[in-house]
Design a protein around this ligand. Structure first.
Ligand code: 7TS
Length: 421
């Protein structure tokens, strides 16, 4: 099992060479070649990540950080190598700042529960934005209810961006106030594809002593993440959207803050000592990793990230941008089609509505042609309300998608419009 953290030479970007590494792309759906455009829900997995997981089960399966026996040592080493891979990938300072969870949802619930307990009192304020996934709304609502705090929301412009005029760096600002304790924002929107100016807003919040939490679920698969450069306190993402296994996620936290945060879940491995009266906590990151982790998944995630690092991530992003630009141009030529989310800075996510065509019907027709898109509210109901729609059809691209696949989708949409209108 490879555990190197960075390749000596990066492979040049060749989409056919990349596609050959994704076994699922050979599958037929309704007798048609699969066109997978639902990567924002979960990406497909390269053979290397799948193999790393099965090799763990076949050769070194044992619990981690527990036994003195050889298999446990090997499993522990493989898991901790994955932690180091993640650390390097997002440029965290220390490997113990990387907490493994089962996904972004778990990472944000950990953050909201623990930070709530540490920071929130009656009348304090927590700020989110109007484009958050439910995973970055509901945990903060729960925390605010628990501690008597107030949830405030950054408004969204017609193009699907934060309305920065509502949060000026100088002068009166009714959103980031003296009472704001926590700012929790998405780096990239799952519905609109907008890449948010997170670094700028974090810098503004930092000046006011506000703790910043970033939902990076849709950024990690597409952007180079540098948590030190971003300046955030906590950063959450899912492994399964970044070519890794389902059931894996990460919460990065700045060491000094993690040291102060109380544990989220209690149980085995997160303690230092336990008596029947009181327990003390293990050192980082184990204080936040109660119970047996998803060892195989974490090892698979490490391998998925090493796989990504074998390529020039800028070239991958450029390829996805080409797909987005092509899809945008071709879709806009369809009569009555409107794109929701027209920010200048976007990842390869395109959401649209068509007059007289229900997104669910269109999604079903596309599926019959082997094309997988997501339809509905994408777990962003407040954002749907903001744009006055009940849902959209969403195509979300990954590095293995092609222009020919975009053309197939556009042809499928045109066919759908003819049938449904
Ligand atoms: N935050 C964002 C921005 C997301 O896009 C998602 C999942 C989550 C949090 C939750 O991640 P999980 O891995 O814990 O489920 N987004 C989507 C989506 O857009 N379609 O399906 C899931």
């Amino acid at each position: 099992m490879s555990t190197s953290t960075s390749p000596a030479v990066q492979r040049t970007f060749d989409v056919e060479e990349i596609r050959a590494q994704f076994p699922i792309l050979k599958e037929l759906v309704h007798g048609k070649p699969l066109v997978y455009f639902d990567n924002a829900a979960t990406s497909q997995k390269p053979r290397r990540a799948i193999k790393a997981e099965s090799t763990y089960y076949a050769t070194i399966n044992a619990n981690v950080h527990r036994g003195v026996h050889t298999l446990s040592t090997k499993a522990t080493e493989a898991q901790e190598a994955a932690r180091e891979t993640v650390r390097a990938h997002i440029n965290a300072q220390h490997a113990h700042e990387i907490i493994f969870t089962c996904g972004t949802t778990a990472s944000i619930n950990l953050a909201a529960t623990s930070l709530g307990q540490l920071l929130l009192k009656k009348g304090d304020e927590v700020v989110i934005s109007g484009m958050e996934h439910h995973s970055n709304i509901v945990p903060w609502q729960l925390a605010c209810e628990r501690h008597g705090a107030v949830l405030k929301v950054i408004p969204i412009t017609d193009s699907g961006e934060w309305d920065m005029s509502a949060i000026p760096a100088r002068g009166r600002n009714d959103i980031l106030t003296d009472k704001t304790r926590i700012l929790a924002i998405s780096h990239v929107s799952n519905t609109l594809g907008t890449i948010n100016p997170a670094k700028k807003l974090i810098a503004q919040a930092k000046k006011k002593g506000i703790i910043t939490v970033v939902d990076g679920a849709q950024a990690a698969p597409h952007l180079k993440i540098d948590v030190q450069d971003l300046g955030c306190d906590l950063y959450a993402f899912s492994g399964h959207k970044a070519y890794g296994p389902t059931g894996t996620g990460v919460l990065y936290g700045r060491e000094e803050l993690l040291e102060r945060m109380p544990p989220w879940q209690g149980g085995g491995e997160m303690i230092d000592t336990v008596t029947l009266e009181k327990s003390t906590w293990a050192k980082l990151p184990f204080k936040f990793e109660a119970g047996t982790p998803h060892i195989a998944g974490i090892i698979g995630l490490g391998e998925a990230i090493r796989w990504m690092q074998d390529y020039d991530l800028d070239a991958m992003a450029a390829h996805e941008r080409t797909l987005l630009e092509h899809a945008t141009k071709e879709l806009l030529a369809i009569d009555g089609l409107r794109i929701i989310g027209t920010a200048k800075e976007k990842v390869g996510v395109i959401s649209f509505v068509i007059d007289g065509v229900h997104h669910y019907d269109l999604g079903t027709l596309l599926d019959q042609q082997g094309i997988a898109v997501r339809t509905g509210h994408h777990c962003t109901q407040p954002l749907m309300d903001r744009f006055g729609v009940s849902g959209t059809t969403r195509a979300s691209f990954a590095c293995f998608n092609t222009i020919a696949e975009v053309d197939a989708m556009v042809a499928g949409v045109k066919k759908g419009v003819k049938m449904l209108r």
